[in-house]
Design a protein around this ligand. Sequence first.
Ligand code: URA
Length: 230
Amino acid sequence: MRLDRFLANLPHCSHRQARLLLASGRAAVNGNTVFDGTHDVRIFDRIELDGELLQAGKPARFFMLNKPVGCVSATADPQHLTVLDLLSEPDKEELHIAGRLDFNTTGLMIITNDGLWSRRLTQPESLLGKTYLVETEDPIDPICVDHFAQGLYFRFENLITRPAELELLGSHRARLTLHEGRYHQVKRMFGHFNNKVTALHRERMGPLLLDPTLAPGQYRSLTPVEIAQV
Ligand code: URA
């Protein structure tokens, strides 16, 4: 949120008063006086007015989880276990999932309270690859390599998928890297060739690799190096 809007949301402070407060150097963000009303403030910022604390600022939190089969990528679900149920952390309602996975898809799941950071990781414009290990019911036709690289037509969205890299690992196994995240994308790409995906596991999102020491259902905090890579 912009700092002028944040101030104007205070009781008894109009937009005009907020502008005046800013112009007279009475507002500070993380200890620095800020005059610019368009300055973006987030829940992690400490905001003061005349030295009085308006928002204490919260630490940013980042986790990687090895999602097990049969768990919903949602913050709440009336029926099933959710990814957030697997976290023993306070204030879980502040966390969100960066890049969902289907109910039976396993592997790397990133959970954070930092929306700008997670957008960098997931938005297609950043072109960060997401890599999946795929197992299929029928043998994978090697022509898929070229077709996936050229892009497939998705009728529902009326678009051509971005070039994707398919590496064949066996007759029924492959590693696929996508640079976008359409609904059920991997299943639909193989479905295009009438081949059913029987197992799907995400091993990488951009620079972040699933920690091999995490058993299904386990999680850990990201390291400062991992956070800075995104
Ligand atoms: N593509 C799918 O079809 N499912 C997932 O969970 C992720 C990518």
